[in-house]
Design a protein around this ligand. Structure first.
Ligand code: SDX
Length: 435
């Protein structure tokens, strides 16, 4: 990746009577950054920012979020335009290559993905080691890491071609893996991919077809699935993407780095929020119980949070949530399950929360996870599968960010420092002399 930051002046840092000059850099959009790379060498101090609230970990040209305006761009294209006019595989090409493909480029790319959707047959034996009631994310975390055992020709992160092949294999095989996770958990036979189907059609058929009858493709559900994948494809330096970058910075191969990202995404504050949100909506159950949960969310002494609400970056409506809400209505209409109790609770909860001072003051809006669970639930996925689908969709973002980092000639292993507040140095005391 070519460094495209521009000088934007100098920041003066004063400490113990000395002044240090730190370069200020600007990018295409978003706040300028103060480059503190030389701070420790110059001034002998570290900076401290545990949640990375004010710290940029890298330069990136893939995705940009304007949290105040509720804008999300992938390689410059607004998410609502991509969700409305593009397809997930085309967005994959865009994230990986930095531009939208022409027809020939897309045909070649789609064909290569299609030809890598099969898993090594021995991969299926990994599932036998799991209990049937294992959490699907436990099975996905384990099997993604295991992929490396079968594809040694695409493990050298230092080799751009091996990295490219690993990226293709991970994007292509995640639907097959995710579908197997689901089939194993419900005791149904695994279904292999069909090359004549689209990416989303293939995934839905691998999940929901049974040997006893032909599977009917629904264009509405396939379109909704494809749009769900687009809306989850990438999102700047979120926790799981930062995990993938840090794991990959040591030279760990792409399968290991992505397996680390899958594990991080599982958390309920991150990708696990879609599962937690639907569970919360079911727990609320009816509109009249909403005030009780709003009060709990505001109670400092109650650990309960409104799942699907709030975001580290968005201090406005998550643009993905708007598209997700519209898709939820389309899917429920198609399935003839309009106005389910859970959708009614979700819409009323959103309305009340957006008018409540607590949420207004703290700028807490629905995020991508608020409506996604309603769509997946209506499509027939069990709640525990929701984060698996998020991981499937985010794989292209993880590998794109990993490749961008490894393509950067200045890339080094990530190794944060700390402020130490433990015991001062002291001498060892033999046990015979301890009280
Ligand atoms: C994703 O980073 C990404 O881009 C992630 C993601 C992606 O695509 O990769 O967008 C996907 O992870 C979306 C977020 C899904 N998580 C949830 O929906 C879980 C519920 N949300 C919260 O846990 C929280 O909002 C976070 C984790 C999303 C953000 O946490 P922050 O940025 O650390 O914010 P915070 O915890 O410091 O909250 C600020 C204040 C706090 O109150 P005070 O201490 O200032 O009094 O807002 C409150 C919080 O208590 N708050 C909430 C709340 N979220 C924040 N109060 C009630 N309900 C909530 N949901």
């Amino acid at each position: 990746m070519e460094n495209k930051t521009k000088p934007a002046g100098t920041a003066k840092f004063e400490l113990e009577g000395k002044t240090y000059d730190l370069p200020v850099l600007s990018g295409t959009h978003g706040p300028n950054v103060v480059d503190i790379n030389s701070l420790y060498k110059q001034a002998g101090v570290f900076t401290l920012d545990p949640g990375f609230t004010s710290t940029a970990s890298c330069e990136s040209q893939i995705t940009f979020i304007d949290g105040n305006e509720g804008i999300l761009l992938h390689r410059g294209y607004p998410i609502d335009q991509l969700a409305g006019q593009s397809g997930y595989l085309e967005v994959c090409y865009l994230l990986l290559n930095g531009k939208l493909p022409n027809q020939a480029e897309f045909k070649t790319f789609a064909r290569e993905i299609t030809e890598h959707t099969l898993l090594h047959t021995q991969m299926d034996r990994f599932f036998e080691g799991f209990r049937r009631d294992s959490h699907p994310m436990a099975m996905l975390t384990g099997t993604v890491g295991a992929l490396s055992a079968f594809y040694p020709s695409s493990m050298d992160s230092a080799d751009p071609e091996e990295r490219r092949l690993a990226s293709i294999r991970l994007i292509a095989k995640m639907p097959t893996l995710a579908a197997r996770v689901y089939k194993y958990s419900i005791g149904q036979p695994f279904v292999n991919p069909l090359n004549e189907l689209s990416y989303a059609e293939n995934f839905l058929r691998m999940c929901f077809s049974v040997p006893a009858e032909d599977y009917k493709i629904s264009s509405t559900l396939s379109k909704a699935m494809d749009r769900f994948f687009i809306l989850h494809a990438d999102h700047e330096q979120n926790a799981s993407t930062s995990t993938v970058r840090l794991a990959g910075s040591s030279g760990a191969h792409p399968y290991a780095a992505v397996a680390a990202g899958v594990a991080c995404l599982w958390g309920p504050s991150h990708g696990g929020a879609n599962e937690a949100c639907l569970n919360m909506l079911h727990e609320i159950g009816t509109i009249d119980r909403i005030p009780e949960f709003i009060e709990r969310a505001k109670d400092k002494d109650d650990p309960f949070r409104l799942m699907g609400f709030g975001h580290r970056v968005y201090k406005n409506y998550d643009p993905r949530a708007k598209v997700m809400q519209q898709t939820a209505h389309e899917v429920l209409d198609e399935l003839g399950v309009r106005d389910t109790p859970v959708l009614k609770v979700a819409m009323e909860l959103e309305k009340i929360a957006l008018e409540d001072d607590y949420f207004v003051q703290k700028k807490l809006y629905p995020n991508v996870d608020f409506y996604s669970g309603i769509i997946l639930d209506a499509m027939g996925f069990p709640t525990e599968m929701f984060t698996v689908l998020f991981a499937l969709a985010r794989t292209v973002g993880w590998v794109s960010q990993l490749n961008e980092m490894l393509d950067d000639p200045t890339q080094r292993i990530g190794r944060p420092r700390q402020i130490y507040t433990g015991e001062a140095m002291r001498d060892f005391v033999p046990v015979s002399q301890r009280s």
